[in-house]
Design a protein around this ligand. Structure first.
Ligand code: NAG
Ligand code: NAG
Ligand code: NAG
Length: 347
């Protein structure tokens, strides 16, 4: 058992936490202490939370995975495809440069954790939370609708994400301020997109009474919103409060005076590398071997994606069943169709 566990840890390099706990659900014999001590890269407060709430840790892992899957989806046609080289953390590989890409990964991870925890609460999967208890009884006597069903308790999910995700920021530097700001922006955007759903009751849908509840948005929606925020991310710089040497807040770099970013801005400290070549120093994996589009002139086109290095062409034949006809009775006859096709990958 222990040997298997070790081997498995070696294989599990990406998104450590979720990957670890997916396997651990079958290794229930290990206590929370052992499990939490085995996870590398947890900050002290994260380890403590892990020990007191092992059930929540599984959900946190799923939330982090939700975030990274969305990140990979949103950036599937870009040079940077959401992967990084370098330090491995419980949230996967982390970008060293305080770039707008790093900003996106922090925001989407924090939102993912808040989303997963909130969903788990609603489904009764976590012991200390459930449906939002403030949303019970009548909401509005005159309009005549009342709270019903299970309203998602997003405040709980957000607070949990804050306690766990933010606890990894232990260095007192500008990057910490950047990361915390982006975490908060991700969670805020999630909170703003919570939806009110209602259902009518009464004879043939006459709506004599109506019940409403709050639901989580689809995480894809949060992905698109954060991608938009990423495109409009703002560069900031740290401001040190007089005698203290630690940076105490961030201000917009290209603004006069002390203008602060808004709550839902994604913020970055450093300009992005071009992500063309593999570079351990910046965390860039490079674009060699990436699929590209031979005719597109935007980011997924071979010219842009391959940074002018050129591309390889791979030809293949697609085969499928076609022109299927139903014959009485009872069989289906099809032809075989085929098409020559090609894909391109960067040199
Ligand atoms: C809740 O638990 C059930 C059963 O273990 C699982 O299928 C479901 O995905 C969980 N839901 C969430 C949101 O974690
Ligand atoms: C991202 O690109 C790198 C470098 O080409 C590749 O190794 C990796 O598998 C890609 N990741 C995803 C999720 O597509
Ligand atoms: C390549 O890009 C063109 C133009 O943007 C688009 O019409 C086409 O569907 C793309 N092909 C693939 C395989 O994605």
């Amino acid at each position: 058992m222990i040997l298997q566990f070790r081997l498995w840890i070696l294989n599990c390099t990406f998104f450590f936490l979720s990957c670890l706990f997916r396997a651990l659900t079958s290794v229930v014999a290990l206590g929370a202490n052992i499990i939490c001590n085995k996870i590398p890269g947890l900050a002290p407060r994260q380890r403590a939370l892990c020990q007191s709430r092992p059930d929540a840790i599984i959900v946190i892992g799923e939330g982090a995975q939700l975030g990274i899957n969305e990140c990979q989806y949103q950036f599937r046609y870009s040079r940077w495809n959401c992967s990084a080289l370098g330090e491995r953390t419980v949230f996967g590989q982390e970008l060293r440069v305080g770039s707008r890409e790093a900003a996106f990964t922090y925001a989407i991870t924090a939102a993912g954790v808040a989303h997963a925890v909130t969903a788990a609460c609603s489904q009764g999967n976590l012991s200390q939370c459930g449906c939002d208890r403030d949303k019970q009884g009548y909401h509005d006597q005159e309009e005549g609708w009342k709270w019903g069903g299970c309203s998602a308790d997003v405040k709980y999910g957000v607070e949990f994400s804050r306690r766990f995700v933010d606890a990894r920021e232990i260095k007192k530097n500008a990057r910490r301020l950047m990361n915390l700001h982006n975490n908060e922006a991700g969670r805020k955007i999630l909170e703003e997109r919570m939806k009110l759903e209602c259902k009518c009751h009464g004879v043939s849908g006459s709506c004599t009474t109506k019940t409403c509840w709050i639901t989580l948005p689809k995480f894809r929606e949060i992905g698109y919103l954060l991608k938009g925020r990423y495109s409009e991310a703002v560069q900031v710089e740290p401001v040190r409060a007089s005698r203290l040497r630690q940076p105490s807040f961030l201000r917009l770099k290209l603004a006069r005076g002390y203008q602060k970013p808004t709550d839902t801005d994604l913020v970055y400290l450093e300009r992005s590398p071009n992500y063309c070549e593999e570079d351990k120093a910046t965390g860039s994996t490079g674009t060699q071997g990436r699929l590209c589009n031979g005719t597109s002139t935007s980011a997924d086109g071979c010219n842009v994606m391959c940074c002018g290095r050129g591309f390889n062409t791979h030809q293949y034949t697609k085969v499928w069943q076609c022109n299927c006809k139903f014959h009485w009775c009872c069989f289906v006859k099809c032809n075989t169709c085929s098409e020559r096709s090609e894909v391109f990958t960067c040199k």
